[in-house]
Design a protein around this ligand. Structure first.
Ligand SMILES: [Zn+2]
Length: 505
């Protein structure tokens, strides 16, 4: 039972055949008795953790989603509490993990029920770490899918068949709680989102327990009206966003017979060999940080088998519905978030293509977490500038030494939920750089390293043209020393000061 390469190796078939359903290969046994699950809102949930489904439709990368044949439907931007949020001047940001919620089996008259289900699901979703800390990194959308029939197939019994837009159905693979969806239909409705989808959550208009995860398609399903819908969504996000393994130990052979599991939260190694090999969660062994499932060790039983395979913690969200994630899983989720979202939110001012002058300032916008601010450091030629740790920096505040050629800013998320330095340095760090003039000898317009009469004709020509954006402006407006877009008297003051000094430093 190989778990390798879930995301890889699938040829990208852009033409999504409408007839292509999901080839359901659920890895839980059809008649497995329900395990003693956690109490979910006052009752035992009926069937344990939902299992994952493999689809023969490949995931569609962001940049290729425009090729999806969209089925038009209204879409609403939500905040992370599930409230409707007006689109800003620039529309929705493209620097977020976009969660697109689609509903199935909701009549036009039941859209308010759907909206409540979506809001409840999001609310609970962002009450779990690491999603609480990173809630600003997510952007939910809700697509209003109108069904002409209420409810979905397989509810309440296997024989019930309903023709709904997303063709959601219980009894998928003959497992009652396995709630499948037509993956291509889900894509076609999710494509109404103004930003590419990173995660799709399909909610069925049902109060019957069920759900499924499609790790290869970034889709999770849940019963919108069941109290545990949000917990299912969180568990499925563990699969689809973090590529995490199931940590429960039923549904497969009693003794694990596969290769090393792909996900960050399962291994065939016990703690000794894991530490020696410095692999998987070795940096977390013995950690017992409050707020996460732990202490971290190697607990036997995971990935559908009782023996021969290990999980990081006693009873995490990837083993049952309701408990917290363990930290190896949280680390994988944070890495996945940062593979989509950058901590510097949008382009800097000015653009990095601009050449700064000693009069410029540069600024960035940070995508802040809900707690623990991002670390910022400005650097001159790669060396940290003491005290320069804000979102903007004025170059006039440093004495540009001769030959300094670049200013940069480095933003790092120093979260304690990540310990792998490779993840921190690659995904959790972002650096932007601007070129500086060769030396602070701006008035040397002729380039002979002396500010003298030879520079005056060029200054005069630019002074006469005045406006930098004027197409006839000579010399690329190099005499606009204070970078205000005009060559005017203020620049002449700079020019005469430097003229008096005569020689470039
Ligand atoms: Zn699962």
């Amino acid at each position: 039972m190989s778990t390798g390469s879930r995301r890889n190796g699938l040829p990208l078939a852009l033409a999504i055949a409408a007839s292509a359903g999901s080839a359901s290969v659920c890895r839980a046994l059809p008649h497995e008795p329900a395990p003693a699950g956690p109490s979910v809102q006052g009752h035992q949930h009926a069937g344990g953790t939902p299992c994952i489904v493999k689809s023969d439709i490949p995931r569609i990368p962001r940049e290729q989603q425009h090729t999806i044949e969209r089925i038009p439907a209204p879409v609403t931007l939500l905040d992370t509490d599930g409230n409707e949020s007006p689109f800003g001047d620039r529309g929705a940001s493209n620097n977020r993990v976009n969660i697109v919620i689609v509903g199935d089996g909701y009549l036009a008259s039941q859209q308010s029920t759907y909206q409540t289900h979506a809001a409840n699901t999001l609310n609970s979703f962002f009450s779990y770490e690491p999603f609480t800390t990173y809630k600003n990194y997510f952007q939910p959308f809700r697509v209003e899918v109108i069904s002409t029939v209420s409810g979905v197939s397989g509810d309440p019994t296997a024989g019930v068949n309903k023709s709904t837009p997303l063709q959601m159905r219980y009894w998928c693979s003959n497992i009652e709680r396995l709630l499948c969806v037509n993956v291509s239909r889900a894509y076609q409705y999710a494509a109404n989102s103004p930003q590419p989808f990173d995660q799709i959550l399909a909610l069925a208009n049902s109060t019957k327990y069920g759900g499924a995860g499609y790790p290869g398609n970034e889709i999770g399903t849940a019963a919108g009206g069941h109290g545990s819908a949000s917990l299912i969504a969180i568990h499925e996000m563990g699969h689809s966003l973090g590529d995490l393994e199931d940590e429960y130990d039923y549904g497969g052979p009693a003794a694990y017979d596969g290769e090393e599991p792909w996900g960050a939260n399962a291994s065939t190694l016990t703690s000794g060999p894991m530490g020696a090999a410095e692999t998987k969660w070795w940096r977390w062994l013995n950690d017992a940080t409050p707020g996460f499932d732990g202490p971290i060790s190697t607990y036997e039983g995971a990935v559908y088998s009782l023996t021969g395979v290990y999980r990081p913690s006693p009873n995490s969200m990837m083993r049952a519905l309701g408990p917290k994630f363990n930290l190896p899983s949280a680390e994988a989720l944070i890495a996945a978030i940062y593979s989509i979202v950058r901590p510097i939110d949008g382009p800097p001012t000015p653009a990095t293509s601009a050449i700064l002058t000693p009069f410029s300032s540069a600024s960035i916008t940070l995508l802040q977490k809900a707690s623990n601010p991002l670390g910022v450091q400005w650097l001159l030629d790669g060396e940290a500038i003491p005290g320069a740790t804000g979102a903007s920096f004025n170059i006039a505040s440093v004495n540009l030494r001769k030959g300094a050629s670049s200013l940069s800013v480095r933003v790092v998320d120093e979260t304690s939920m990540v310990r792998d330095p490779v993840i921190r340095n690659s995904l959790l760090t972002q650096t932007l750089s601007w070129a500086l003039p060769v030396a602070p000898c701006l008035a040397d317009l002729s380039g002979d390293r002396v500010v003298d009469d030879a520079d005056f004709p060029s200054f005069a020509l630019q002074y006469d043209t005045f406006v930098c954006s004027e197409p006839s402006m000579p010399g690329f407006c190099s005499a606009d020393f204070n970078a205000d877009g005009f060559v005017d008297d203020a620049d002449f003051v700079v020019f005469s000061n430097l003229y008096d000094a005569l020689s470039c430093p």
